[in-house]
Design a protein around this ligand. Structure first.
Ligand code: SF4
Length: 320
């Protein structure tokens, strides 16, 4: 797929044809199975100041938290019992004791036997290696936008080149790499979305989240309009055609903008992953990357999977 072809698909192909083609390719390449990643947001402390994110350092009004290792392990056990096939440990980008996180990873591996994904931002490569050694096998670190100028504008003090370097280092260590990008963030040009899709394909990512931008009141982009759901779905569908085997989540951001249909529509547009939250309820409220964030729990996951006609390997509801 060339940039011109991706742009044509993104902006000109009739939606029913594009959606059905993506669903068909997904079915052929990934069977009809939805994967369920259990998300634990274990800290909202962050040293960065991304202009779209409510966890940014300068948001001094936000109550900050760090879960203890025991709370994380309890949440991981709950996710495993509910049928999650992977545990995802996510936090803001902060200084941390790398050996503490290594021990958390190892204890989840010992206790649940499930693969562990980390999503903790740019860190020293030696720490990535330590966590890999401890049993983490996947790493989510989104490129956010393929436009270097926009990346620098959205992430003061950081560059897309540096982000790509971190992604390459993780891949070289043997992690399965997850990336992702925003749709409709202020300053994004239409052709950049085609570049996002081709960059994801070319970096051979194993997973890519495509989420509509949603403003957060305590950020410099507070007054900007949110990204379009139809364009987000179109980007997911073209991504599926460009990278048939990719894991594509129907994101929580989609559910936040359209609680009734967002994730179902995502699955029908080529997604094959859902990420319910197992963050303790008391802390979910303050993991406030954007406003109006939906609580995606296992009931919501089942509803979306069944409505979209996918298979899953979840235990019966009353056993979860
Ligand atoms: S997007 Fe990530 S790195 Fe940026 S401020 Fe938010 S939590 Fe921190």
């Amino acid at each position: 797929m060339t940039r011109a072809e991706a742009t044509e698909l993104l902006f000109r192909m009739p939606w029913p044809e594009l959606r059905d083609a993506a669903r068909q390719v997904c079915r052929e390449a990934r069977n009809n199975r939805v994967f369920v990643r259990g998300l634990i947001e274990f800290s909202n402390v962050c040293r960065r100041n991304c202009r779209y994110c409510g966890l940014r350092r300068e948001n001094r009004a936000l109550r900050r938290y760090r879960l203890s290792a025991a709370s994380i392990l309890a949440a991981a056990r709950e996710a495993a019992a509910a049928g999650a096939d992977t545990i995802v440990l996510q936090s803001g980008e902060a200084q941390r004791r790398p050996d503490w996180l290594a021990e958390v990873v190892a204890s989840i591996r010992r206790d649940t036997g499930l693969p562990v994904t980390l999503s903790v931002g740019e860190q020293p490569h030696a720490w990535y290696a330590l966590w890999k050694e401890a049993g983490a096998s996947r790493f989510l670190i989104r490129h956010e936008t393929a436009d270097p100028r926009l990346y620098a504008a959205l992430h003061p003090g950081y560059t897309l080149a540096r982000r790509r370097e971190a992604q390459d280092a993780l891949a070289a260590l043997g992690y399965e790499l997850g990336t992702g990008f925003l749709v409709g963030v202020p300053g994004q040009r239409p052709e950049t979305l085609a570049d996002d899709i081709l960059l994801t394909r070319d970096m051979e990512a194993a997973m890519c989240g495509v989420g509509p931008f949603i403003p957060q009141a305590a950020t410099p982009l507070a007054g900007a309009p949110h990204g379009s759901i139809p364009l987000t779905l179109r980007a997911m569908a073209v991504l599926r055609l460009a990278s048939p085997k990719l894991n594509i989540p129907a994101t929580t951001a989609l559910a936040s903008l359209d609680p009734a249909r967002g994730q179902r529509d995502g699955l029908e547009a080529g997604a094959n992953v859902l990420m319910p939250s197992f963050t303790p309820r008391t802390h979910q409220e303050v993991y406030r990357i954007y406003d109006g964030k939906a609580r995606v729990d296992m009931s919501a996951v089942r509803r979306a999977i069944e409505a979209a006609g996918f298979d899953h390997a979840l235990p019966p509801e009353n056993a979860a």
